[in-house]
Design a protein around this ligand. Structure first.
Ligand code: RFL
Ligand code: PHB
Length: 391
């Protein structure tokens, strides 16, 4: 098989890249090791920045997101018996976020690729990248037990943090940066209407909690847990007990409970791989960088990477101009590091750290009070949360 751009991974990064390339008349094939059903049902992120929403609308993918996505113009912070709203509208000149489940976006992207007769090969195995320093790199893989090969001009690794693309770059040219945190998030999807119009981030003496949502009938909640906890350690009763205590507010507000549809545990990690490109292999999305989910940036970074990469590839194919392609890694890493910092900062501000003493707890509360009382401090949070046009 032959194509112009070989893409590994059918997450948001790989699928959106394939769609954007198609709009520029560039051919691609997406190779995914899971089934279509599995990736369409994987519960993950839910917050889209304004810039991500604009790109999806511009590229003809906005129809369902416009109908079903929830537009929010602020978030609430809860700590020390206080509730405080961060007003994005006022602090960022009318910018906001859209709450729309990542798996819904994945469904929209797959539908758009198939409507345009795009090629996505699911359930491929033993994917291997070869000859990235040659004119025509190749991707070897097995499909339905048969060995196959895809020859292309460029290979794009969109295969997430545990994929094979990043390890295919020569170790000697890579510099990696990493932090892991001494806690994880237990996330639940619930059949219950949201208890609040906006997301609630809580720093409680018992640990962090987040109330989020997917629609007017489905909520998504998270509680900070131990890094080695298993889902079986958390009975439904224990989860509701912790959520009620951590999210509880002095005005008697209560979280609406309901049937738990899904439970999962997410580790918390910061990770950056520099460079994001070598010869004919480019990395995009979680394959190149990970943020802890507290800042809601991972999905948006994946979208921002492939926006840059599709523009650069279009210039290369339409005008034989490689200048932007050469700068791909440098351009992306500016936004990546801004998001890394913001996600680390939100995580540090809102979680209970096992090694924190009363001094550090007081510093956290002081910073939260500062954000609630200084428009400048609140604006810093707000403009990072809604996302920068050009960081
Ligand atoms: P993905 O989505 O992990 O997709 C990678 C795809 O590659 C496939 N794959 C392979 N295919 C072929 N061969 C191989 N050898 C392969 N190895 C892997 C995988 O099956 C998969 O389909 O990466 P991508 O596209 O870069 O997208 C990144 C986002 O998924 C991720 O950053 C976000 O979900 C992170 N994230 C959040 N981001 C936000 O912007 N806002 C949020 O609110 C938010 N909340 C979250 C999150 C991530 C979470 N988890 C579970 C990590 C909440 C959670 C709980
Ligand atoms: C989500 O709705 O899944 C979500 C929202 C905000 C975050 C992380 C996850 O910071």
């Amino acid at each position: 098989m032959k194509t112009q751009v070989g893409i590994i991974g059918a997450g948001p990064a790989g699928l959106l890249l394939s769609h954007l390339l198609h709009l520029c008349n560039i051919e691609s094939v997406v190779l995914e090791n899971r089934s279509r059903r599995y990736i369409e049902n994987r519960v993950r992120a839910g917050v889209l920045e304004q810039g991500s929403v604009d790109l999806l609308n511009r590229s003809g993918l906005g129809e369902r997101m416009q109908q079903q996505g929830l537009q929010h113009h602020g978030i609430e912070l809860r700590f020390d018996n206080q509730c405080h709203r961060i007003d994005f509208d006022e602090l960022t000149d009318g910018k906001g976020i859209t709450v729309y489940g990542q798996q819904e976006l994945v469904k929209d992207l797959i539908a758009a690729r198939f409507a345009a007769e795009g090629e996505i090969l699911f359930e491929v195995e033993e994917v291997k990248i070869c000859d990235i320093d040659r004119q025509r790199p190749r991707i070897e893989f097995r499909r339905e037990g048969m060995a196959q090969e895809l020859t292309c001009d460029y290979v794009i690794g969109c295969d997430g943090f545990h994929g094979i693309s990043r390890p295919s770059l020569p170790a000697a040219i890579l510099k990696t940066f990493e932090r892991s945190y001494p806690f994880a998030w237990l996330g639940i999807l619930v059949a219950a209407p949201p208890s609040s119009a906006e997301l609630i981030y809580a720093n409680s003496p018992r640990g962090f909690a987040l109330h989020s949502m997917r629609s007017t009938t489905i909520t998504r909640n998270y509680v900070q847990c131990e890094p080695d906890d298993r889902v079986e350690d958390w009975s439904d009763d224990r989860i509701w007990h912790e959520l009620q205590l951590r999210l509880g507010s002095p005005d008697g507000w209560q979280l609406q409970e309901g049937k738990i549809l899904e439970k999962s545990i997410t580790p918390m990690r910061s990770f950056v791989c520099e460079t994001m490109q070598y010869e004919k292999l480019f990395l995009a999305g979680d394959a190149a960088h990970i943020v802890p989910p507290t800042g809601a940036k991972g999905l948006n970074l994946a979208i921002a990477d492939v926006d840059v990469l599709s523009t650069a590839l279009a210039r290369r194919y339409q005008h034989n101009d490689e200048k932007l392609l050469i700068k791909y890694s440098k351009i992306c890493l500016r936004r990546v590091w801004r998001s890394e910092h913001f996600s680390w900062w939100m995580t540090s501000l809102l979680h209970k750290f096992p090694d924190h003493d009363d001094f550090q707890r007081r510093l956290q509360l002081s910073e939260l009070n500062y954000i609630c009382n200084s428009p400048a401090a609140a604006a810093t949070l707000a403009e990072n949360y809604v996302g920068f046009a050009q960081p």
